[in-house]
Design a protein around this ligand. Sequence first.
Ligand code: HEM
Length: 469
Amino acid sequence: MVATPPTHHVSAAISLYALAHALAHFNAISALDRIDNSLRNAPKHAQFACVFRESRLPVDIRNQMDNLRLVGVTSQAKTLYDPLSQESRNDPYPAYERLRTRAPVYYCEPRNVWVLSRYEDVRAALRDWERFTSAKGLEIGDFVGFFGKGDFVQMDPPEHDDVRRIFAPRFANRAMSHYEPIVTTLAEQLVSEFPREGVVDIAGAFTQRLPLLTICQMLGIADSDVPWVVKSFIDMMKRNAGENMPSDHAHKLRSELVAFFNEQVELRINQDGFDDLQSDIAHAIQSGIIDRSHIPGVCLMLMHAGLETTSTLLGNIVHAIANKVIDSRELMDEQGELRNSALEEFLRFDAPIQWLSRVTTVDVTIHETTIPEGSRVLLLYASANRDPDVFPNPDVLDIGREGSRHLAFGEGIHFCLGMPLAKLETRIGIRSLLRKHQTITANGRPTRFPSLVGRGYDHLPVRLSPAEH
Ligand code: HEM
């Protein structure tokens, strides 16, 4: 049993906090930062005692402290969470925990965005497309609407439903048997290019390439065009920490890619015999569901959906194997296939898309805080997936966890259309890799892909050794 701290310690703790908050408020200096920093430097047992003491306070006192933090004090004097910060890039999970416990409806003043972090709040907002519109973009700053018209993840019904329906058959579960041999050939081809034994940047050579090559095949891009399309797309998407607008170079690459896709779809409008995603676009234009102005948005969005997401999932799994977080044999079932529970747990544990945003169409009140109409609201899928109210021991990667209701693929009308494909690519990718190289060990420092919403690996150097048969 744990002892309750004496009352005078409690009141002293509250006074200290209140004083710190008041100082921070009036002097606009971050007294809290200093207290937090001194705590950080304090011995582990002292840090624990402080956190413990706060968590043991009576609920009404904790609420008062939360109110102190919430009534602008913390949000202005100390930023609890900044989606563009280096910390968010490196390890956002401590910040997510702070948000869930201290400020579930948080206003991040420097970025002028609101943030929802608890599972139920994120899920409710995702389901409520009428009050949380996607039509004003999903990112922040000038990246909003970068792909252009046609990007149906940034549309509301009824237009969204019409465009999604065009592509639904190709991404349906039943269509996966058609893609299975294609993805297997691509994966085995990539793996066959690795040395039998040696160091490989598995992100550049595999985890990014497999999903991109797959979506290029699905779009019907000719083999000769694939290398520059892939390179241009990857370079276009690179975003450095703190950047909230696309560079001139990104705009230039976007123009080149758009010109390419316009030409390819035009070809399919004038010529029969194609059977790919671009011919689906051509048919939809011919039947008047969309027009030519939708081509850039829809093509770039489909490329994007295939790049940052599945590659992150694959990279996270390989990283865990290489760093011995997990034994590769535990990941696979008796048939040598990746266990489904493991795949789901990796998605929950480190969601490939950490957040996307919506804009409120009316005033929305959550936990007695009103988010004004027209506000951009970040929905933290990755934080929702670590909510202890839904997932016991959320910070533990438990590949046997069953029945996970994670939000990594979203929820509601925009639920990931590519989920069956993402799972297929991951299953085949890991299987192909481990069949040839059963020993994968970390070799050097990995770096992350410069992105706002994802945390995938850009470089992931590993040493491969052949499987012992
Ligand atoms: C592990 C891999 C993946 C993850 C974690 C993932 C995650 C997501 C999420 C969170 C959304 C919802 C966006 C929102 O709420 O606004 C979404 C939508 C979407 N995803 Fe995925 N995705 C993955 C792979 C893919 C793949 C491989 C494709 C196919 C190219 C794809 C295609 C799409 C499309 C088209 C949408 C938009 C659906 C709509 O707006 O109706 N995704 N995805």
